[in-house]
Design a binder for this molecule. Structure first.
Ligand code: SR1
Ligand code: MG
Length: 404
């Protein structure tokens, strides 16, 4: 660290991160015997865990580079500042369901934050069939506490406009606009990754359905233009850490002012990957029924929770008729975004591991077809469903169609 230029960004490694923490931050005691290891496994950034051998006190440093970790494509460094700010905001709003930020270094684009290793990556836990009875309640609390309060229904409207500007995140939004809302239906960059034997199905169901394209076009337009609230922007199960005591939400680098249904829909959509895997590969009955219940409860819990939160509005135009319409459109958009998330993970190049870590190609194709059908169903029928139970019934009906 000593000889590095203090005013320029450079990439930390497990040795330089130790000197950096010792020389630049005052987190550990001077005499602490520190160790570090790299714990990141994402596509984008670098994550280090640093700990004091004697006391066990620890810290996580997440660093952004100007090049993507996986493809080495350039990516706006401002995402790191956005992430640090959103972590702080969401921690306050959610009452500790987000790790505490201890420092932010805007030269190195490094966030020093609470080590949440007492919690586990939810995607991995679900792969192992772990059941978390209070997850739907916990995530509903997080979504209710972080989404509505940042809209101009509750924030001062001038303040909200400042926030919209501060959290402009064009390069990260561009990734989602392509990967989620364009390429699965119009593969203009030739980046889709299809399982062998799925080509005709994808062509017919996604590339050639004009009605579907128009619906996805509407959701894309919402994502790009509905500056409703400060959303996490990438709330998949790998951004959720969990244990029997609760959840910690990380990685809001895709955050921006967008439609709140995008966050709700991302959680719902990602639960379907574990559900499909378990129906067709692992067949753990108790786990499957817990997941179905969780998806249904999340939908119902958000709907009643948002109604309850909106009932505190005193502005005369935001009366009960307004409130009901508002919640109906949030829930409908959530289901639409759940559909786009499901489809993009199946045909796009940002795959989810629970879908592929097995060797049954026959089950794989069945699972993919069912998920694509489910995604299409959610997109096309997003305004029709009033209860979580209907979402699960639709999934069960689609599964049955593919079993005969
Ligand atoms: C290049 S980034 C690919 C995906 O990883 C992130 O977690 C987002 O989901 C993004 O779409
Ligand atoms: Mg991420």
């Amino acid at each position: 660290m000593g000889e590095k230029n203090d005013t320029e960004h450079f990439l930390l490694d497990k040795d330089s991160v130790l000197s950096y923490v010792r020389e630049k931050q005052h987190f550990f005691d001077k005499e602490a015997k520190l160790h570090a290891r790299e714990i990141g496994d994402g596509n984008i950034n670098y994550v280090f865990q640093i700990w004091d051998e004697k006391t066990g006190k620890s810290l996580v440093i997440k660093q952004a580079d100007s090049l993507l970790r996986s493809s080495k494509r350039p990516l706006d460094l401002n995402r790191s500042k956005i992430e640090a700010e959103v972590l702080k905001i969401q921690r306050k709003l959610s009452k500790n369901q987000v790790p505490e930020v201890f420092f932010y270094d805007d030269i190195l684009c490094a966030i020093g934050m609470e080590d949440i290793s007492a919690y586990r990556n939810m995607r991995k836990e679900l792969k192992e069939g772990k059941i978390f009875p209070s997850f739907s309640k916990e995530i509903t609390v997080f979504l209710r506490k972080t989404l509505l309060p940042m809209t101009d229904l509750f924030l001062d409207r001038a303040e909200k406009k400042k926030m919209v500007k501060e959290f402009m995140n064009p390069e990260l939004c561009d990734i989602s606009e392509d990967l989620v809302f364009t390429e699965p239906y119009y593969d203009y960059k030739k980046r889709n990754v299809l399982t062998e034997g799925m080509e005709d199905f994808v062509k017919k169901k996604l590339y050639e359905d004009e009605e579907l394209k128009a619906e996805v076009g509407s959701l894309r337009n919402l994502f790009m233009n509905k500056a409703e609230t400060l959303i996490h922007g990438d709330l998949h199960t790998g951004s959720i850490f969990i244990n029997e005591n609760g959840i910690k939400i990380i990685d809001p680098e895709f955050a921006f002012y967008g439609p709140m249904g995008y966050d709700i829909g991302n959680v719902i959509g990602n639960l379907f990957f574990s559900l499909a895997r378990d129906v067709f590969i692992d067949s753990r009955k108790e786990f499957v029924s817990w997941l179905k219940e969780t998806i249904a409860n999340l939908f119902d819990g958000m709907k009643t929770g948002l109604m309850e939160d909106l009932s505190f509005l005193a502005f005369p135009l935001y009366n009960s008729i307004f409130q009901e319409k508002y919640v109906d459109s949030v829930m409908s958009e959530s289901l639409g975004f759940a559909g786009t998330e499901i489809i993009r993970r199946v045909v796009g190049d940002a795959k989810v591991s629970e879908m592929y870590e097995h060797s049954d190609l026959f089950a794989q194709k069945k699972m993919e077809k069912i998920l694509i059908e489910m995604g299409i169903f959610l997109i096309k029928n997003r305004g029709e469903m009033r209860e979580g139970r209907e979402v699960i019934e639709a999934f069960e009906t689609i599964c049955l169609q593919f079993c005969f």
